[in-house]
Structures are given as structure tokens and as C-alpha cells.
Design a protein around this ligand. Structure first.
Ligand code: C2O
Ligand code: CU
Length: 574
């Protein structure tokens, strides 16, 4: 009887829209910084930086993620307004993925531009090499500025958390000695997609002998601004176009924003036919040390954006401070440290104006690259005025007393859930510099408040497994926990195979489990905390290691139709 429900809905299903499925595996590996210079690292798909995930606007990106690290982790899609359940923040959007287990991220509403993915779990994972680009090409290629060649530039520092001999800064995963020159022909337009993926360093980047024309910030296109040097806070992205009209072999050099007279790492731009040796690694291009820096005030959006509202629904202030606590340095927003914070409370559709104020005067420790999850913001007091404000998701707030120590932004609250707003400096984040926006209300009317609902916009049961490796070993027992409306019955189905293309049939949900091989596994009523718990026990037989069992839940509901298909989640016996 229960199986017949799954089969019947499968017959009426429609095919999902255009999607791309990509695999990402996080695992320990070895990074080669330069010939003969290696270090232990944690890597996505074996490379540093991790493989670039590239799709076209309008597509759904499914990322099959497997965690082969010795600890749990999750993937955050920095700059993308994904649904909360996919945001990759353990404890906020879902549990983390246990070692040896998998999770499929379904990324919809992807916005064009240069974005990135990285873990959001234990503070130092990003520092061990886990970062990669997400590039979304515009559906209409004419939305991009014209260019001939393209190169990613991922800046990072390597502080040796896992052992190995190299300590220093990296450009595309290599030290200055390991650089593969960027090859261009005279007359070409070179597009650089630049990301600062470092844990604690805010950089300045400059290309000797060439100005750069800024075309995008944080993925969003801006009116072109010609600059000599580009400040780039942790988590920020800039796309620039270089007119390659100065043949030679040139240094693409990065310095710390706090000391522009020392080159920390440099790449090389080599014109065809130019055979001379690259500039020395410690060469400081004049524009790096003293070229005029891009200022946020110069930016204006290129495409139409919602204008700045003269009457936002809320005006919030976020004041940043640091102090010495009993356990060391504490970073606070409005006097609070994560997780003991009072989120900014909002409702769907609200316009929020957020004023950031930095009270920390230390030139090095007082820099705060602030990032909003699930939402971009429009930046006030720029060349874009109130009608064409630039759109960003990360902004570098300078030390108190310096220009840029405050900023005013507006957000349209259009993505229900609980969303972090935090400093992207890993040390500051680890010592509390995180708060959140919490949506009040229950957008999908499933009885679970948006701020705690792991799928706040779709009324579906959310099927979750443990983030502990020990729960998946032969002889272990554990729980499949389904988040669903308190008091409603949840049935859990199990099978050995999933459909290669999930079948979507509104409003019942998406069928992922192959109904021909699925069987009823167990049922439970969701408790007052919206949890239906179905326990399992794994036979103590090492022959089972590697066996993968897929689960999908079906929850009864008072909503039209009477039931909803839950999300699917596999577990693998390890
Ligand atoms: Cu790059 Cu909370 O994110
Ligand atoms: Cu900070």
C-alpha cells in the first residue's frame, strides 16, 4: 500500500528543468606549491584551489558531495542566494556531512558571476585548502563585457596547519616560484576573475605595467572603473579586464593591505614571444606600493537594480568591537558573540538598512570583511547614488578612524530562513564575530517557523542523518531524523538505488528514491520539536562496508494533497 503511493506519483511526474550534476570530493591530499615544494592539504577533487564548478544561469546545479575527510564538514555557496537547506552551515541549515558520507546540494536561483564554495564548519578547514570557484555564465552572453582570454586568480595564504615545509602566500595554489605564466598575445583583452580565499589576509593586487578595468564585484557587473591597484578583502571577488598592450613579462603582485611595500606572492603575465625571465618574486611594482586603490565609492551597478529605499522597514546598526576575554580575544557584533546572539528579526519582503560601524582601531586586527549569507546588499554612498548602487555580498570595513570604517547597505529580505552575517576573517569568526538575520513567519505553512525550518520555502519533510562517523560502522545503531510538522506521521522508505533524474511533481515534492526497489523502512510521528526519529541498527558484519542505502520520507500533512515527499538522503556503511 505504502509502496503504491510512491509508484503512483512517479507516473504523473514531470522532468526536472535543465540541470548539471557535478561531483565534489573533499579528501586529504598533497599540494605542490612549486617544483619540489609540497605540503599536506585538504583538497576538493584533489586540487588547490579546488575544481571550478561552472554552469549557465537558469540551470540547477546538483553537487554530489562526498566527505572523505577525517572530520565532518559542509559546503557553503558564498555569494549565491541558495535555499536555506543548501547553505552549508552546520546547525543552521542542516547537520554537517559525516566522514565517509554524502550529501547532494541542489542549487537553484544561481546568479551570474564569479562566486565560490568553501566549508563552514570547523574554523580551520578553509585554511587547509578547501576552497574553489563557482562560475555562473550569464544566460545571455552579451551580459558579459567582451574579452578574449580568461584566467582565475585565487589568492590565499598557507600557514601550514597540517605539516609540510612551505609557509607563505599562494596565487592559484602556487608560491611565486611555482607560477605558470598567464600567456597572452598583444592586443588581447584578458579577463581576470579574482578571489581572496585566505583565512586572515586582506590583499592589494596590482599588475605591473598595466591598469585594470574593474567590471564586476562579488559577481555583479559594475560600470567600468580603471584602477592601478585593487584592494580585496577576504571572501570578495573582482573581475577585471586588462588591455594587453604593453608587451613584456610582468609581475601580477599581491601585498597585504596593511603593508603595500612587500610583495607576498606574484603571478606572471607573459606576452607571446617574450622570453626573458620573470620579474623576481620580491619585486614590488610601483602601482602595488603606491597606485591609487579602488574605492567602493567609485562603484555603480551596470544593470538595473532595485533603487535605495528612502523608507526601509528596519534600520539596524551592527557595531563591531574586540576585547580581551578570559579565553583570549573576543570579537563582538553589538556586544554579542556567536552563538549567544539576538538575530536581526525580519519578515519576508522587508527592506532592511544596515549600518556597520567599526570601533576597532588596530590597523591590522581591526579590518573586518563582512559577509551576508543568502542575500546580496546594495551599497549606499557610491557613484551609483540611490538608483544604481553596486550589489555585493562582502565588504571590507576598515579600522576605526580610517576612511571606510563605516558602511551603509540595504538588503531586500527575499529568502526566508536564518542567515549568517559575519566577518570572514577566520580568527574573528572563531572568536564570535557572527550574527544572523532571522525571518519571522512560516512561508511554506508547514507549521515550522522559517528561522528553524531547514526547508522554509517548500513544505517538505527534511530527511537527515548523523554527522558522526561512528554512527555508520558495522554494529552501530543510529537515527534517521526527519524534520516535519509536529504531530504528523512520517514514513521512511529505503532502497539501494536512486533515480538518475529526480522526478518533480508539485505540490507533492520530488521523487528521488527508485520506487521499483524501495521498501517501507519505518514510521514515526514528528514530536513537538518537529522531529520524526526512525532508528536503525547495522549488523556487525564488515562485509557490509561500502553498502549504500538511500532513504526518502513521506510526511502526512493538512496541506492540500494530504502528503509530501521528503528530501532524500543516503547513508553508506563505513
Ligand atoms: Cu564565505 Cu559564511 O562565508
Ligand atoms: Cu573581522
Amino acid at each position: 500500500m505504502r509502496n503504491r503511493i510512491l509508484c503512483a506519483v512517479a507516473l504523473s511526474a514531470t522532468l526536472a528543468t535543465s540541470q548539471t550534476t557535478l561531483n565534489v570530493v573533499a579528501a586529504p591530499g598533497t599540494a605542490t606549491f612549486a617544483p619540489g615544494v609540497t605540503g599536506n592539504a585538504w583538497l576538493f577533487n584533489g586540487t588547490l584551489p579546488g575544481s571550478t564548478l561552472r554552469v549557465t544561469q537558469g540551470q540547477t546545479l546538483r553537487v554530489r558531495f562526498r566527505n572523505d575527510l577525517p572530520e565532518s564538514t559542509a559546503l557553503h555557496w558564498h555569494g549565491q542566494p541558495v535555499p536555506l537547506g543548501m547553505d552549508g552551515v552546520p546547525g543552521v541549515s542542516r547537520p554537517a556531512v559525516a566522514p565517509g558520507q554524502e550529501f547532494v546540494y541542489e542549487l537553484t536561483n544561481l546568479i551570474p558571476g564569479t562566486h565560490w564554495y568553501h566549508p563552514h564548519g570547523h574554523a580551520m578547514q578553509l585554511d587547509m585548502g578547501l576552497a574553489g570557484l563557482v562560475i555562473v555564465d550569464p544566460a545571455n552572453p552579451a551580459d558579459d563585457p567582451p574579452y578574449d582570454v580568461e584566467q582565475v586568480v585565487v589568492l590565499d595564504e598557507w600557514s601550514n596547519p597540517l605539516g609540510g615545509f612551505y609557509t607563505g602566500h599562494l596565487l592559484n595554489g602556487k608560491s611565486s616560484d611555482g607560477q605558470i605564466p598567464i600567456a597572452v598575445q598583444p592586443g588581447q583583452r584578458l579577463r581576470l576573475r579574482i578571489l581572496n580565499a585566505s583565512a586572515v589576509t586582506n590583499y592589494v593586487l596590482a599588475l605591473d605595467g598595466h591598469p585594470m578595468t574593474v567590471t564586476h564585484t562579488d559577481g555583479g557587473r559594475v560600470q567600468p572603473v580603471v584602477v592601478q591597484a585593487l584592494p580585496i578583502g577576504i571572501g570578495e571577488r573582482y573581475d577585471v579586464i586588462v588591455d594587453c598592450n604593453n608587451p613584456g613579462v610582468w609581475s601580477l603582485a599581491a601585498a597585504a593591505i596593511t603593508n603595500r611595500s612587500v610583495t607576498l606572492v606574484r603571478g606572471v603575465l607573459r606576452y607571446a614571444g617574450q622570453t626573458q625571465a620573470p620579474p623576481p618574486a620580491n619585486f614590488v611594482p610601483p602601482n602595488l606600493s603606491s597606485g591609487a586603490l579602488l574605492s567602493y565609492a567609485q562603484l555603480a551597478a551596470y544593470f538595473p537594480v532595485p533603487p535605495i529605499s528612502p523608507a526601509p522597514r528596519h534600520r539596524f546598526t551592527a557595531t563591531f568591537a574586540m576585547s580581551m576575554g578570559p579565553g583570549g580575544m573576543v570579537h563582538t557584533i553589538n556586544g554579542q558573540s556567536w552563538p549567544n546572539v539576538t538575530p536581526f528579526q525580519v519578515a519576508l519582503g522587508d527592506v532592511v538598512e544596515l549600518t556597520m560601524v567599526n570601533t576597532a582601531a588596530s590597523l591590522v586586527q581591526g579590518l573586518h570583511p563582512m559577509h551576508t549569507h543568502g542575500h546580496s546588499f546594495r551599497l549606499l554612498n557610491t557613484a551609483g547614488g540611490t538608483t544604481q548602487p553596486p550589489v555585493k555580498d562582502t565588504i571590507l570595513i576598515r579600522s576605526s578612524g580610517q576612511p571606510g570604517s563605516t558602511a551603509v547597505v540595504q538588503l531586500v529580505m527575499d529568502n526566508p530562513g536564518l542567515w549568517l552575517f559575519h566577518c570572514h576573517n577566520e580568527d574573528h569568526m572563531a572568536s564570535g564575530m557572527i550574527t544572523a538575520f532571522e525571518y519571522l513567519g512560516d512561508t511554506d505553512a508547514d507549521g515550522i517557523a522559517d528561522g528553524v525550518d531547514h526547508e522554509p520555502t517548500t513544505a517538505v519533510p527534511v530527511t537527515e542523518i548523523s554527522d558522526m562517523a561512528a554512527d555508520f560502522a558495522p554494529g552501530a545503531s543510529g537515527d534517521v531524523s526527519v524534520q516535519w510538522t509536529a504531530g504528523q506521521l512520517v514514513d521512511l522508505f529505503a532502497g539501494l538505488s536512486e533515480l538518475s533524474t529526480p522526478l518533480v511533481f508539485p505540490p507533492y515534492g520530488t521523487l528521488v528514491l527508485d520506487p521499483s526497489s524501495a521498501a517501507f523502512f519505518g514510521g514515526a510521528w514528528a514530536n513537538a520539536s518537529h522531529r520524526a526519529i526512525v532508528s536503525y541498527a547495522i549488523p556487525n558484519d564488515v562485509g557490509l562496508i561500502g553498502l549504500r542505502i538511500a532513504f526518502q520520507s513521506v510526511g502526512l500533512t493538512a496541506l492540500p494533497g494530504g502528503f509530501r515527499l521528503g528530501t532524500a538522503q543516503a547513508l553508506t556503511i563505513r
